[in-house]
Each structure stands twice: as structure tokens, then as C-alpha cells.
Design a protein around this ligand. Sequence first.
Ligand code: 5GP
Length: 227
Amino acid sequence: MIKTKKQGLLIVLSGPSGSGKNTVCDEVKKGNKNIWESISMTSRKPRNSEVNGEAYYFVSKEEFEKNIKDGKMLEYAEFAGNYYGTLTDSVFKHLNNGEDVILVIEIQGALQIKKKIPQAIFVFLLPPSMQELKRRLIGRKTESKDKVMERFETAYKEINELSKYNYVIVNDEVKAAASKLMAIIKAERCRVDRIEEVFLDNLEEKIHEKLVDKNLENKPLEMNNLK
Ligand code: 5GP
């Protein structure tokens, strides 16, 4: 039997604005109650349907800066003229509770996390094409034309950071992209370095003895042996 580490996985999902990070993340959470999505803090004004404490914690610029000064942010960035950031305490509370935590954040913040917690899992979501990204950003009707263009231009810079991530998913279809993200999470849960202890009962030990060739066991690999 294998006992894995109690602490959950930290998954960082990034990608240009309009790549569909939130939609893909929502789809993954639907079937997985053990995944908790962090609620970010932002100085951006709420959009029509956005509820404080659900989409974001909406705060003033001054309040955000106070949180930075007080050392409460795990990461933060300025994006399209507003602050966005993740609160350290809530992330660790959920991780230590054994839940997998997903952060849906832009690239500058993701790279700060990579420095602090390199063992986190970094996934980059790409739109199927830049034309499609532009179409989605315009179609959302949440930003002015200038802001849409600003986000679109930022997307090019963000895609340049792709190689700093562990995984990439092209979001041409939400369900397919979500199932790829879920496959990544499942595989990461099986990593050998997630194992804390292995128990072998008597029967398993007997099977193990039969399977392992005594002549090979514990012998270092040598070039000659590979022939
Ligand atoms: P939006 O204004 O469209 O809600 O978000 C703008 C960008 O900020 C998106 O790429 C979004 O993923 C990112 N974002 C949201 N929350 C955070 C956060 O806590 N930290 C960072 N660095 N980016 C965030």
C-alpha cells in the first residue's frame, strides 16, 4: 500500500486574457470536489455580474497596497492598469487540508510563484489562434476597445514565457481542454516524489521476491549489462 503526502497539489493555470482559463477551470472543478480555486484580490472594478468574495475580493488600490506592505500576498501583478494578487494564508490553509489548489493567474504572478514554490505545477492555456483570441476578447463585451487591444497586445508577450511552464494545453474545445488538465492533475498525484511511505504486507513481499531477479537487484547499471 502507498501513503501519499497529505498536502494537496498547487496548480498554476495561466494564459492570455481570453484563452478561457476560468471556463476550463470551472469545468475541471465540476467533477472534482477536492480542487479548490483560490479567490484573488483585485483593485479592478467589478463587472456587472461579478460578486465580491466569489469572482474576486474587490478592494481599493490603497487597500491592495496595504496588503502588499503587510506581506500578505503570495504573488501579485499589475495587469491592464489594475492590481491582481493571491493571498498566502488561504492557499496554504486549503493545501494543508489535503485539497488541490488551483490558481488562475496571469504570467508575472505565475513566475513569482515559480521562484517561491518550484514544485508547483505550471500549466499554460493557449487559444487555438490569435484571431480566435481577438474574437473572444471582443465578443465578451466586458472591456472598452482600447482595453481589448491592450489585452491582445499583452497576449503576445505572455506567450513568449510559455517555455517556463511544465505543460501546455490548446483550448479549442472546453471539455477537451478540461479533460487534459484533469489528466495532468491525475498524473501529478501519482508522482513517486508524492509518496511518503510504502507498506508491503507478507503476501506482497513474496510476490516481490518472485518478480525481482536476485542477480540484478541493487546492482548499478553498467554499459556492458545493457547489451
Ligand atoms: P480579468 O480582469 O479579466 O478578471 O483578469 C485579468 C488577468 O488577471 C487574467 O489573466 C487573470 O487570470 C489574471 N488574474 C486574476 N487573478 C489574479 C491573481 O491573483 N494574480 C495574478 N497575477 N493574476 C490574476
